[in-house]
Design a protein around this ligand. Structure first.
Ligand SMILES: NC(=O)c1ccc[n+]([C@@H]2O[C@H](COP(=O)([O-])OP(=O)(O)OC[C@H]3O[C@@H](n4cnc5c(N)ncnc54)[C@H](OP(=O)(O)O)[C@@H]3O)[C@@H](O)[C@H]2O)c1
Length: 257
């Protein structure tokens, strides 16, 4: 990519992306990197993180379970040690899981809530001083499925975590505005990342799901990780500075049907 005004905007910025080894997180890390930012990606598995960073000197990786009590300190320290500052925190790591109420067990519910909701809370808390120093931005990755007042059978725990994350986005925007920190959310629609397979679907069932959803989505297709990553980058640009507490649906209009 040739130098441009956009590149100059992101040059020198430091971005932390949780779940940066795959899907939307990988696309987001690479999009920031292409815009001149330096990026720390975090995940539990080393191989996908390495692949995300391969050939990109400005992307560093750290293996960590975001829900472990030590994770916030490890992640923020690593970013400051590697790059000296944090301008953007993208709370993207999450696990999906499908079960109706009668089949939910405590361990699974607590693990899902821990990763999808509690972890972003404590990581953001630990990053506050660094974000204040740069007048930085927090981007919480929610889900278009949790917008509005619809029910979401067999995704109640995933949905309640995402709904609560949107609430945190709004609340943190107000709480943190005096410190110069913005907080925005992005709500992806159905994006082909393989997440369904990681959540327990067979590859064939996931393909069928994607094909069925493509027919229902007004845009006529499911999303690509890059569709979401582009917006995440835009939301952190200086020109986006007046957006605070907003949650942007990027879902081909599915959530307004
Ligand atoms: N794809 C969609 O259709 C869709 C729709 C709406 C919202 N979203 C949201 O978009 C975000 C990205 O989803 P995706 O589709 O790109 O899914 P994905 O490919 O499964 O990415 C999730 C990433 O989070 C990491 N992760 C999970 N648990 C973690 C933990 N405890 N600690 C550290 N890292 C952890 C995973 O890596 P490890 O397993 O190696 O840790 C993985 O790289 C999520 O917040 C998801 O809820 C996705």
């Amino acid at each position: 990519m040739s130098p441009s005004a956009q590149e100059a905007d992101q040059a020198g910025k430091v971005v932390v992306v949780t779940g940066g080894g795959t899907g939307i997180g990988r696309a987001t890390a690479r999009a920031f990197h292409e815009d001149g930012a330096r990026v720390l990606i975090v995940g539990r598995s080393e191989a996908p993180l390495k692949e995300s960073a391969e050939g990109r000197g400005g992307i560093r990786w750290l293996t960590a379970d975001v829900h472990s009590p030590q994770a916030p300190e490890r992640i923020v320290s690593a970013a400051l040690r590697e790059f000296g500052r944090i301008d953007v925190l993208v709370n993207n790591a999450a696990v999906a899981g499908f079960a109706s109420l009668e089949h939910l067990d405590r361990a699974t519910v607590e693990a899902q809530m821990g990763t999808n909701l509690i972890a972003p809370l404590f990581l953001t808390q630990r990053a506050l001083d660094a974000l204040e120093a740069t007048r930085g931005t927090v981007v919480n990755v929610g889900s278009a499925g949790a917008l509005g007042h619809r029910a979401w059978p067999e995704s109640s725990v995933y949905g309640m975590a995402k709904t609560a994350l949107d609430f945190l986005t709004r609340t943190w925007a107000v709480e943190l505005a005096p410190r110069g920190i913005r907080c925005v959310g992005i709500a992806p629609g159905v994006v082909d990342t393989g997440v369904g397979v990681r959540a327990g679907m067979s590859p064939a069932a996931y393909d069928t799901f994607l094909a069925q959803m493509a027919e229902r989505i007004p845009a006529g297709r499911v999303g690509r990780p890059e569709d979401i990553a582009w917006w995440i980058v835009q939301l952190t640009r200086p020109e986006a500075g007046y957006a605070n507490g907003a949650v942007l649906a990027v879902d081909g209009a599915l959530s307004v049907t």
